[in-house]
Design a protein around this ligand. Structure first.
Ligand SMILES: NC(=O)c1ccc[n+]([C@@H]2O[C@H](COP(=O)([O-])OP(=O)(O)OC[C@H]3O[C@@H](n4cnc5c(N)ncnc54)[C@H](OP(=O)(O)O)[C@@H]3O)[C@@H](O)[C@H]2O)c1
Length: 280
């Protein structure tokens, strides 16, 4: 059976987002993938899309895509406009899929973009202004992205007419969503809020072929981890992260994104749950 997945990824220009897009082509078993790549930099997103197309042609997977650049998810004033641009791109790709008689069988939103907050501070040092700005990006924009995506997708693929179409919402989460560590106040609160929202969506939309997944990718060998080592105020944790970096035991992004895509492919995960890279 042919399968054509529409995959929207935020923060797709680099890091785990770009890695997840590549793993999707390699490991999802979809015959065709239409990407909506969302981010701030046009050039970074264009590069990722052209590499995905190259990888697709080598793997025998039809890859199409749209790049939605200049999307600053911390800027709530432009959020409605950006959500409309993202949904318009998804709509174009769906129309093309009908023209080419290769209908979308699964729609996936991967909420990947995220920031650390100021890890040098403990909670008593945060101002409400920095908290508000942090949650605007990491929580408020996610609520907007999820609701726009679900409204749109469920309107186009109502279960009665499209019983085989599946919808999946992913949040790239963290161990901090389920376990507290010093100096991670905003990050931990943001990830926990995202996890719980996806838990609620899982219940609300369970009869609409919708599943949600909170995936914690592990401590990745990438720029965000380098920022952690540069800024984390807690000396004990710093020793652990430094040690992991020096011993080469940080998780490779492609290993972790492969695990995420295999979870989505196998589709046996508990909707609304939290799965960590290190889980069996
Ligand atoms: N790295 C880790 O060890 C680790 C561990 C657990 C969870 N995670 C989670 O994994 C996800 C991906 O992070 P990463 O490791 O790939 O980090 P990263 O390399 O720092 O990438 C972060 C991504 O978010 C985007 N972004 C940042 N601020 C933005 C804004 N205001 N508006 C729109 N996009 C923005 C970045 O775009 P620009 O290029 O434009 O900055 C980039 O694409 C995050 O949710 C993170 O919390 C990471």
């Amino acid at each position: 059976m042919t399968s054509h997945h529409l995959v929207i990824i935020t923060g797709a220009n680099r890091g785990f987002g770009a890695s997840a897009a590549h793993s999707y082509i390699a490991h999802s078993s979809a015959n065709a993938v239409s990407f909506v790549l969302v981010g701030r930099t046009q050039q970074g997103l264009d590069n990722v899309l052209s590499k995905l197309q190259e990888a697709g042609s080598q793997a025998g997977v039809t890859v199409k895509g749209r790049v939605i650049a200049n999307v600053d998810l911390a800027d709530v004033a432009s959020l409605d406009n950006n959500l409309a641009r993202i949904q318009a791109a998804a709509s174009e790709l769906r129309k093309e899929s009908v023209e080419y008689k290769n209908a979308i069988t699964k729609s996936v939103l991967i909420n990947n973009a995220g920031s650390l907050g100021d890890l040098s501070k403990t909670a008593k040092e945060f101002t409400w202004q920095e908290a508000r700005s942090y949650f605007d990006f990491n929580v408020v924009s996610l609520v907007g992205l999820c609701s726009a995506f679900l409204k749109d997708t469920l309107a186009v693929f109502p279960k009665e007419q499209h019983p085989d179409h599946k919808t999946v919402v992913v949040s790239i989460s963290s161990l901090l969503a389920v376990q507290a560590f010093s100096n991670w106040g905003l990050y931990a609160a943001g990830k926990a809020a995202r996890d719980r929202l996806l838990g609620v969506i899982a219940l609300e939309e369970k009869d609409n072929n919708v599943k949600t997944l909170n995936y914690a990718p592990g401590p990745l060998d990438n720029e965000m981890q380098a920022d952690v080592r540069r800024t984390l105020g807690d000396k004990e944790q710093l020793k652990i992260y430094d040690g992991m970096h020096k011993s080469g035991s940080l998780v490779k992004m492609d290993d972790s994104s492969r695990k995420l895509v295999l979870l989505l492919k196998d589709d046996t995960f508990t909707s609304g749950g939290h799965v960590d890279f290190y889980d069996e």
